[in-house]
Design a protein around this ligand. Structure first.
Ligand SMILES: Cc1ncc(COP(=O)(O)O)c(C=O)c1O
Length: 404
């Protein structure tokens, strides 16, 4: 296979003529097929397979939306990652193929040995594996609300339970209180969950607070630190928590290629933890990370210029959008991530619907912060659409014209 790939060839569609061309039909036959297909409203995927008619409108609707709801990288994987993934297509039919040594490369990049790393189909799988490993026998997970709630949903789903603490008025996590509650429930605690920076607020827990937490709870209680957005953080008071793993503390760090590296749909993430914890987790892990994701992940990690471009873009547009919203009189939470929250001073749910009608998907509800809207940073064009929709919706609301 030709391993030079253009972004358009990998991501985008192709015309039906081009698609049929790749099937090796003579031009006259191909054109007639294309004409008939177009008359019947059939569209072709780049390889020549027809797209099912029932899906076409779903695809069109999805593609037309500004996706500001799930904290993705709007540009997708870097060119280098696309090339690596295209190269890896040749292993699609294999088991036990060369995987570009992804686990070792992750270990090397984080200055730990290979037995400190567990791969997952997204860091979501890692979070579930932590739940399955340490929440058996009615154990509890301690965390804050709102945070990345799939951890809590998973716990409830496996008949464990949660103790959720509120955020402070300034949206910070109260670590002293977390320590206190963990100690008071020590016998029942399966693990402590800390999302840093926190989703949906974008607010960090400082290095000092993490040290306080780890030094003041029983040392055998696992602490899961979810660092999905750590690349975006600029606050000097923040630190990644890898050093605790290297010291052998009972800490699991969850990381993902879904955010800065733009590979959410490829499903690849990993845990870094002391080897004995990795061994405890291993039986619950599927290890099912696909070949393309493995190759793409290695290439992404090694493409720092692409990550830097994403960071610069994100910072510029986040600060610009926050400043635009503030000049309209809406308070925003200072975020260290690729999303932020704006206080609408009214229930978000109907407003989210109004955004959707204007072709903009925004974040879901994050109880109890039901007046705050979470907005992910998209492309420049998408953020323009967001601001236009915002002004339009808010003007309608203040004019009392009925539907926002
Ligand atoms: C804090 C946090 N952790 C984990 C995840 C899961 O990401 P993935 O499974 O794509 O790695 C997300 C996704 O939005 C997230 O926001």
């Amino acid at each position: 296979m030709n391993n030079r790939v253009s972004r358009r060839h990998f991501i985008g569609g192709a015309t039906a003529a081009a698609a049929l061309g790749t099937l090796g039909m003579t031009p006259g036959v191909a054109e007639a097929r294309v004409r008939r297909a177009a008359e019947r409203g059939i569209r072709y995927l780049p390889g020549g397979a027809p797209m099912h008619r029932a899906f076409q409108s779903q695809v069109d609707e999805y593609d037309a939306l500004a996706h500001l709801s799930s904290n993705e990288n709007p540009f997708g994987p870097s060119e280098k990652a696309l090339e690596a993934m295209t190269y890896a297509f040749k292993y699609s039919m294999r088991y036990g193929y060369p995987d570009n040594n992804v686990q070792q490369r992750i270990a090397d990049a984080h200055n730990v040995s290979r037995d400190h790393v567990l791969m997952g189909a997204g860091s979501g799988e890692i979070l579930d594996v932590v739940g399955l490993t340490w929440l058996a026998h009615d154990k509890k997970v301690i965390g804050v609300e709102p945070s990345y709630s799939s951890v809590y949903r998973h716990a409830t789903g496996i008949d464990a339970s949660t103790i959720l603490l509120p955020l402070e008025a300034d949206h910070r996590q109260n670590i002293e209180r977390m320590v206190d509650v963990t100690n008071r429930n020590a016998r029942d605690v399966g693990f402590v969950y800390l999302c840093n920076p926190n989703n949906p607020t974008g607010v960090t827990v400082t290095a000092e607070e993490i040290a306080y937490l780890l030094d003041n709870i029983p040392e055998d209680i696992p602490v899961l630190i979810d660092e999905a957005y750590h690349h975006f953080v600029e606050d000097p008071a923040y630190e990644e928590s890898l050093k605790y793993v290297r010291e052998g503390r009972r800490v699991v760090i969850a990381r993902t290629f879904s955010k800065i590296y733009g590979m959410a749909a490829m499903r690849i993430g990993f845990a870094i933890a002391p080897p004995d914890m990795i061994q405890e987790m291993q039986p619950y892990s599927t290890g099912s990370v696909n070949a393309l994701a493995r190759w793409g992940a290695v290439a992404s990690m090694e493409d720092q210029p692409a990550a830097d471009r994403m960071l610069a873009h994100n910072r510029r547009l986040r600060e610009q959008t926050i400043s635009d919203l503030e000049s309209l009189g809406y308070e925003c939470i200072r975020s260290q991530t690729n999303f932020f929250m704006v206080n609408l001073r009214q229930t978000v749910a109907p407003i989210r619907q109004a955004f959707r009608q204007r072709g903009v998907a925004v974040g879901r509800d994050f109880p109890p912060m039901l007046d705050h809207l979470r907005v992910s940073i998209g492309t420049e064009e998408e953020m323009g659409r967001f601001m236009n929709a915002f002004e339009d919706i808010m003007t309608n609301i203040s004019a009392g014209t009925g539907a926002p």
